[in-house]
Design a protein around this ligand. Structure first.
Ligand SMILES: [Zn+2]
Length: 318
């Protein structure tokens, strides 16, 4: 079976998210990828190969499995893994993996076009699939090399609802324990520690949510739906990047929102340019970073980035 069947009902919704600029290099390698590519891409360590769809899953898998498996995250650092297109070697690596940890929620747009070995695929968000958020008002735009895309369809930044992150960590641990039963005991300890930390973040955000009620907020990009839902944030999104040069058109979009939504804070995915901070400041908006961390951070790891995100919000809303 093709992975696309998992998403059958969503096929129409996500079709808008496919980059239009380039045809995927990995158009249809299917199971008949050249043997030498598959061989080159597969195990070098002799350990079970675990391929992951994004950095949060890489972090979870590594924390849980330690060195019992080799965790491989193949999207380049400068790309959004959600809109990345794997090349032929990457596709071959996925197809010869021992376990493929997917984010689910239509995260990996590429998975719609590529045949993956069904028995190896684990959808880590399936436990809360009936709670996914559907976005219907997003327009097409582009960031990074992936070409144009839209955020219409299922919201996919699932893990910044830390309760959902904890469920994903559990799904990762169950799959890893099945893969390497001999390491089960250690993995159970590791996943408990990880879930404790995720739940501590959830507690801090839940405490904070009482102070966020009735605070209109603006986000630079539509990636915070699950964060906003779980922690009661009144958030409206633009389609900006931290380094977008804010010309009159962008500022008109913002002023359109501010007319009815008197936000004092803008939430960015990464550090905004000094220029952008100043421009917003002149409109009475202060800048704060909440990095969803879908790809490998420049420094620290998933947990340190999330702790910094929550601390920044705590500071902004003391
Ligand atoms: Zn986008």
């Amino acid at each position: 079976m093709k992975l696309r069947l998992f998403f059958s009902g969503l096929a129409l919704l996500i079709s808008a998210c496919k980059p239009s600029s380039t045809e995927p290099a990995a158009k249809a390698p299917g199971a008949d990828a050249p043997a030498e590519i598959a061989a080159a891409a597969s195990a070098k360590s002799g350990k079970p190969q675990v391929l992951v769809a994004n950095y949060p899953l890489q972090y979870f898998a590594q924390r849980i499995a330690g060195d019992a498996v080799e965790v491989r995250f193949l999207a380049p650092k400068d790309e959004d893994p959600a809109f990345w297109q794997p090349d032929e070697a990457a596709v071959a690596a996925f197809q010869s993996a021992d376990l493929i940890l997917m984010n689910g929620a239509t995260y990996s747009k590429w998975a719609d076009k590529i045949t993956l070995p069904e028995s190896k695929v684990v959808d880590t968000s399936s436990a809360f699939a009936n709670n996914f958020i559907q976005i219907t008002d997003a327009t097409t735009h582009s960031h990074g090399p992936g070409g144009e895309h839209s955020h219409n369809g299922t919201a996919f930044t699932t893990w910044i609802d830390f309760k959902q992150a904890s469920l994903q960590a559990r799904a990762v641990s169950e799959a890893l324990m099945k893969l390497v039963p001999a390491a089960k005991e250690a993995m159970e300890k590791n996943v408990d520690a990880l879930k404790d930390e995720l739940e501590a973040l959830d507690d801090r955000m839940s405490t904070l949510s009482r102070r966020l009620v009735n605070q209109p907020l603006v986000a630079s990009h539509p990636v915070y739906h699950y964060l906003a839902r779980r922690y009661g944030m009144n958030l409206k999104s633009l389609l900006w990047e931290p380094d977008t040069v804010l010309d009159d058109k962008y500022l008109a979009d913002l002023n359109g929102i501010l007319a009815t939504h008197r936000a004092r804070w803008m939430i960015w995915e990464g550090d905004p340019t000094k220029d952008n901070v100043e421009k917003l400041s002149s409109l009475g908006l202060r800048s704060i970073v909440f990095d969803p961390c879908g790809n490998v951070p420049d420094s620290g790891d998933f947990m340190t980035v999330m702790k910094a995100n929550v601390a920044a919000l705590e500071q902004a809303f003391p």
